[in-house]
Design a binder for this molecule. Structure first.
Ligand code: SAM
Length: 249
């Protein structure tokens, strides 16, 4: 199960935190580290802080965008030290890890996304996530060091994986592709299709979007859309755009 989890660090500025995150992951049996535009990497400081987890740094995937980091994931969870403008489905680490475990048991891949040391994740990046996680720290001093936050979540994922191992007596069935949850990249293509359709039918004014797409992302994100359902939604959008184009011409 643990190989299905990826830890995504966005725009990390201190290489020491990348090393610390690698160490935190390795102690908990996680191995897949993805770095979105790290400021300094590779780095001797990262190697030193990894203290023995340099193999994770060597195999880390470095990418240019969060979208690239999330390709193939069915579930994406974004971590945040503070509350954001649009309330999003929010879980504490234990419940989040259980949700992650349930997803991987259905064959899905999961990403946990961590933000910049100074500014965390942007609202746009958080809206890419199905669920937000807040570690219930002291509200007067809520922000953990990045690697410490990775450690807390990695520990919870390990507990879930250990408990799944203990209970794994049932034979693993081959999942039906139609009922598989869609991946983050498929969902992203859907949102682009939806946005374009809403503009075509003049429901969305790009000059005054009024958080419409954020609210729709939250709504569809709650629905755990399966592949067959996604095909239906995309089909509806395609037909709607056709009719909208005909009514303009
Ligand atoms: C030092 S914190 C960034 C704090 C930043 N000033 C903010 O307001 O988001 C770096 C990252 O660690 C993680 N983190 C720190 N404290 C957290 C908490 N209490 N709950 C969840 N994630 C946390 C998040 O990924 C965050 O983006």
């Amino acid at each position: 199960m643990l190989h299905k989890f990826r830890i995504v660090l966005v725009n990390t500025s201190h290489p020491g935190n990348i090393g610390g995150a690698a160490r935190a992951m390795k102690t908990m049996g996680l191995s897949r580290l993805v770095l979105v535009q790290p400021e300094i990497f590779p780095s001797e400081i990262a190697d030193a802080r990894a203290s023995g987890a340099t193999d994770l740094l060597q195999s880390a995937q470095v990418v240019n965008s969060l979208d690239e980091a999330l390709v193939g994931c069915q579930l994406v969870l974004g971590t945040s030290a503070r509350e954001r403008h649009i309330p999003w489905p929010l879980l504490e680490p234990r419940a989040a890890a259980e949700r992650c475990g349930a997803c991987t048991q259905q064959g899905g891949e999961v990403a946990l996304v961590f933000g910049r040391e100074h500014a965390g994740l942007t609202n746009e990046e958080l809206q890419r996530c199905h669920i937000h996680i807040h570690i219930p720290s002291d509200p007067n001093f809520a922000s953990l060091n990045l690697a410490a936050a990775v450690q807390v979540l990695a520990y919870e994922l390990r507990l879930v994986a250990l408990s799944a191992e203990k209970d794994s007596v049932a034979p693993v069935h081959t999942p039906d592709p139609d009922t598989q949850p869609v991946t983050a990249d498929e969902l992203e293509q859907f949102y682009q299709h939806l946005e374009q359709t809403l503009i075509d039918i003049r429901f969305l004014d790009p000059e005054r979007p009024r958080h419409l797409m954020a609210r729709l992302r939250r709504l569809y994100g709650r629905a755990d859309i399966e592949r067959l359902e996604m095909n239906i939604l995309r089909g509806i959008l395609t037909e709607t755009r056709k009719i909208a184009r005909q009514s303009i011409t």
